[in-house]
Design a protein. Structure first.
Length: 116
């Protein structure tokens, strides 16, 4: 299998998993902007530390299973969590922008009265 095809399948699987988790567990998403931003930072840390974990799993797991374990157990959940955390952050921004007092103030003009 070509590397680009495999990378595309991993990304597509992570996107599908993140979108499913976002819609299925909607009640469990962080409500505040700070918590959602903290999840984004934590997700970047998880993705950053997944590279040494993949290298360790490839060296210590027998050959037929090393790639499967490193992709299915380490890489896919890390990317899915990264995408899910960004979805949570964007949902918090949407909630902030659509709440009361958001947008520009609107002036209501009184209609001109015609003297009768």
């Amino acid at each position: 299998m070509d590397r680009l095809v495999l990378l595309g399948l991993i990304v597509a699987g992570a996107v599908a998993l993140a979108l499913w988790s976002f819609t299925y567990f909607a009640a469990r998403r962080p409500r505040g902007f700070g918590r959602a931003a903290a999840h984004v930072v934590l997700a970047y840390c998880v993705v950053h530390t997944s590279k040494p974990a993949v290298a360790l799993s490839v060296t210590h797991i027998p050959h037929p299973f090393d790639l499967i374990v490193s992709l299915a157990v380490i890489t896919l959940p890390a990317f899915a969590y990264l995408l899910l955390s960004w979805l949570w952050l964007l949902a918090c921004v949407r909630d902030i922008m659509s709440g009361p007092g958001s947008g520009r103030p609107v002036r209501v003009r009184e209609p001109k009265r015609v003297p009768s």
